[in-house]
Write a protein of this length. Structure first.
Length: 108
């Protein structure tokens, strides 16, 4: 269970880091740059701790899938980016892929 807490921390800090990366405007604003580097550092450290208990394929599928889906939502809500049916279908396919990878791993 502790490993999944580290994985959740990795996801959340990666989300903050990605948003700060956008706010850095091409690495031209110092505070968002510092925040990006700190968040990504903590994200990778937390991911590494989760890998002590969770298989690599499972952890990475969850981290990247959930992170991608939530990043799209953050882009829409915070950064006022547009979404369409293609975006929606893509995010649903990512989520489905994470579910399938997790189902396969739990059954052998």
């Amino acid at each position: 269970m502790k490993a999944y807490i580290f994985l959740a921390i990795a996801i959340v800090t990666e989300l903050f880091g990605t948003s700060l990366l956008k706010a850095s405007e091409g690495f031209t604003k110092i505070y968002p740059i510092i925040g990006t580097l700190l968040c990504f550092g903590l994200a990778f450290y937390s991911l590494s701790l989760s890998l002590q208990q969770i298989p690599l394929g499972i952890a990475y599928a969850i981290w990247s899938g959930v992170g991608t889906a939530l990043t799209v939502l953050i882009g829409i809500v915070i950064w006022k980016e547009t979404a369409n049916i293609t975006t929606t279908v893509g995010v649903l396919l990512i989520i489905a892929g994470v579910v399938v990878v997790n189902l396969k791993s739990s059954h052998g």
